[in-house]
Design a protein around this ligand. Structure first.
Ligand code: NI
Length: 257
């Protein structure tokens, strides 16, 4: 069954039909979902989803957009929640220089990224990384941690080229691939998908964002993942079933499920 490694079902976009949608997942072939925290102060929304649905797991962390609002208390809370049984990763954490162009902001983001990587290391949990327009700095920090005893992780919504992909693959990390791979103009990501071993790819939606073709621009959900599996299968010259099967195994292995 399909494993969605990165979703945001706590988002307001699902307010009207969240339960109905999540209750339909099994029927659509979705076996597991990781709901990933992004904003500060919204951890409990993810934890509640993990308590309500047996197939929903959680990742706790703060997105670089909110890095400047983080305090020691936030870090303590991430650590405390990371010890819950159904919390399987620290995320989403990382760097975003696309929305934040000031050097001072980059410094704060790097500091909070490192602080959360430290929690992942100490709590022996994998990490889920968001990185946009910050290829070199992200790579540098990930390298720092992968040199030590680090569990591993996923580079979510991978948006860089082949060379950067190779660096992460060499470290044994996974690339999260979602709706973008179905876009006609996604030449770079298609090249990455071609060179990355299937054993190091995981499926993800990033829903409500990043809906695949033919639904591009609409609200996304895990139910659209067969379109991503189909696109990956075409690139790799294999069947969508094989993509679904191997990526599910990859996710279960990384997240110890
Ligand atoms: Ni996300």
């Amino acid at each position: 069954m399909i494993f969605d490694t990165h979703a945001h079902y706590d988002d307001k976009a699902f307010e009207a039909d969240r339960d109905e949608l999540l209750n339909s997942m099994e029927e659509y072939g979705i076996g597991h979902i990781v709901n990933v925290c992004a904003s500060i102060g919204e951890f409990q929304r993810t934890i509640s989803l993990t308590e309500k649905y047996p197939f929903v797991y959680g990742a706790v962390g703060v997105h670089p957009d909110d890095a400047d609002k983080m305090t020691q208390e936030t870090l303590d809370e991430i650590r405390r929640l990371s010890r819950l049984e159904k919390v399987v990763a620290i995320g989403e954490i990382g760097l975003d220089y696309y929305w934040h162009k000031e050097e001072a902001e980059h410094q704060v983001q790097k500091e909070m990224f490192r602080a959360q990587m430290e929690i992942a290391r100490e709590e022996k949990l994998p990490f889920m990384i968001h990185s946009r327009d910050a290829a070199q700095d992200t790579l540098e920090i990930v390298r720092e941690y992968m040199n030590g005893s680090m569990y591993g992780g996923i580079i979510h919504c991978f948006s860089y080229g082949k060379e950067i992909a190779q660096e992460y693959l060499k470290m044994g990390l996974y690339l999260g691939i979602g709706g973008v791979v179905t876009f006609k103009n996604a030449k770079k990501l298609k090249e990455v998908a071609e060179i990355a071993p299937l054993e190091q790819i995981v499926l993800e939606t990033d829903c409500p964002y990043m809906a695949p073709e033919p639904f591009r621009g609409t609200r996304n959900s895990s139910r659209n993942l067969p379109y991503v599996a189909k696109a990956l299968a075409e690139i790799k010259g294999i069947t969508p079933e094989e993509v679904i099967d191997v990526t599910e195994k990859n996710a279960k292995k990384l997240l110890s499920l």
